[in-house]
Design a protein. Structure first.
Length: 62
């Protein structure tokens, strides 16, 4: 939560029960495009230099 939203948001949900915390986190993260590091992969070489706009290429499983 600290990485994706803010320290304040993390503090607000810190005392919640696990299920309530997960629901609150999902709402706070909605629309941010944030992915945990474990879900980020290197940009495939076949995309080429012209399309690169960052260090990491993010792919989310559907």
């Amino acid at each position: 939560m600290r990485e994706a939203v803010s320290d304040a948001a993390a503090e607000r949900i810190a005392g919640l029960k696990k299920t309530d915390m997960a629901e609150a986190a999902a709402q706070l993260l909605a629309g941010t495009g944030w992915l945990p590091a474990v879900m980020k992969t290197a940009r495939p070489a076949w995309l080429g230099e012209a399309q690169q706009d960052g260090d990491a290429f993010q792919i989310a499983a559907e």
